[in-house]
Design a protein around this ligand. Structure first.
Ligand code: 4AD
Length: 430
């Protein structure tokens, strides 16, 4: 019977067939230990010369790392490890014999591994990260639908900036001048809420980030959510609900993956509790107490975020930032016109900023003023201003960076491992 590796637990004593790849092989005389990978899991198969025909044993001997194989055998419980199963090989066939797989077991540097990303994805670690990434996406879709958000896709070619002109990628667009790759679909889903009430997009966005950090990509996946009649407070609640749902989903569905990555599960469990909130002003005060020399009106750097969260078991919201350092669309704080009703969410354990959100300016005159003051091309924003001309409502939303969340949940040091094929200032291949 053909099975996937995780189904072997229900087949003890039965003869099953797996299709996959030879992850690793260790031989000791007439016994060969074959580590097999089938996409769903990893398992050890034990081939004994005495139990196999000469042809099959020759095939076992010939097989190299990363050869694709079909293997049959009897499922047995591992003699020592609870919950682990083995295959006692009865048949073995090579589909394609791999020659000199370039990623040998010796330590390779990150550049070598990144140049071989198309192969590196097969490693246990990368397998675990890919699956956690998928689980996070599943959790996001499920939570948002539960909260009555539907998915509405936003365009990637856009005529205007959402998040400031300095990180725009420009592309010639036929006779229409320049197009820009989207930095966030926010403005478009703001339009869609007047049709469907609550919606989100989820896809690649682009930023010409010149910074080489462990947290920046030039192409990354963002989920922008937007809700009509949601104020700043409702926005924070929704973000917290989403992030806690992601944690719970991963804890419930990614135990094997988190174990491979040696992620501290207890810390993740503790993060699923009410989040801390600081205003920007409180955060700056706190940072000064902790020894930072950040000045009021500056953005928080990586070190500041680390300082602020180092003793916190739960993520921290920093809300109500100076309007001077935030984008034009954020609603001004009615209690202090120098501040806006926004938030950044900072993850625990060095995860850094994972969400940026705000209530949106819904007043036509104030928004027009902001657009003009930032020197943005007025005509390109007329459609966006229309949303304040025809049935404007209080509304709020946020964007969550998928790879930032993958990095945090999986406990991965560098964001380049959190997307299948990373794009950074220094990397376009493979
Ligand atoms: O805070 P940002 O810039 O917010 C927006 O783009 C809003 N328009 C979103 C919205 O309100 N709908 O970006 C949101 C998130 C950040 O918190 C971070 O997680 C991620 O996107 N992010 C990046 N991730 C990887 N590489 C980069 N260069 C990133 N820039 C932002």
């Amino acid at each position: 019977m053909e099975v996937f590796i995780p189904q072997m637990a229900e087949q003890v004593g039965q003869n099953v067939t797996l299709q996959g790849w030879l992850n690793n092989k260790r031989s000791s005389g007439p016994i060969s230990f074959l580590e097999i990978r089938d996409g769903q899991g990893f398992v050890q198969a034990v081939a004994a010369k005495k139990d196999l025909s000469e042809t099959i044993w020759a095939e076992v001997e010939k097989a190299t790392q990363e050869s694709s194989v079909i293997i049959s055998g009897v499922v047995a419980k591992h003699p020592k490890r609870e919950g682990v199963y083995e295959l006692q090989v009865t048949d073995f066939k090579i589909i394609q014999l791999a020659h000199d797989y370039p990623i040998a077991k010796k330590d390779h540097g990150p550049d070598f591994l990144m140049d071989h990303r198309h192969l590196w994805l097969r490693s246990r670690r990368q397998w675990a990260i890919l699956r956690i990434r998928d689980a996070i996406k599943t959790a996001i879709h499920a939570y948002l639908h539960q909260e009555k958000f539907i998915s509405v896709d936003s365009p990637i070619f856009t005529p205007n900036a959402c998040e400031g002109a300095t990180t725009l990628f420009k592309i010639p667009y036929f006779d229409l001048g320049d197009a820009y790759l989207s930095q966030s679909g926010q403005l478009y889903i703001e339009a869609a809420i007047a049709s469907v009430g609550r919606c989100y997009d989820f896809g690649p966005v682009f930023r010409a980030e010149k910074s080489k950090t462990k947290r920046h990509l030039t192409e990354f996946w963002m989920m922008d959510a937007e809700g009509a009649f949601m104020d700043h407070e409702a926005n924070l609640k929704n973000q917290e609900g989403l992030v806690r749902a992601i944690i719970r989903h991963c804890l419930a569905n990614c135990q094997a993956e988190l174990a491979i990555l040696e992620r501290n599960i207890d810390n993740l469990k503790k993060a699923d509790a009410p989040f801390t909130r600081y205003t920007y002003t409180e955060a700056i005060k706190k940072l000064h107490e902790l020894g930072s020399d950040i000045k009021f009106g500056e953005d928080l750097g990586n070190d500041d975020e680390g300082l602020l969260t180092k003793d916190s078991a739960v993520p921290i919201f920093i809300e109500k930032w100076p309007k001077s350092i935030k984008p034009f669309y954020m609603k001004r704080d009615p209690n202090n016109p120098d501040l806006v009703l926004n938030d950044d969410l900072i993850a625990t354990e060095g995860g850094g900023e994972i969400i940026g959100g705000s209530e949106r300016e819904d007043d036509f005159d104030l928004l027009s003023e902001k657009i003009a003051a930032e020197g943005l091309l007025g005509e390109e924003y007329q459609w966006y201003l229309d949303l304040r001309r025809y049935g404007a409502v209080p509304h709020s939303g946020f964007g969550i960076g998928l790879e930032r969340v993958v990095r945090w949940i999986s406990g991965t040091e560098h964001i380049r491992e959190c997307i299948p094929f990373p794009r950074t200032i220094g990397r376009l291949r493979p």
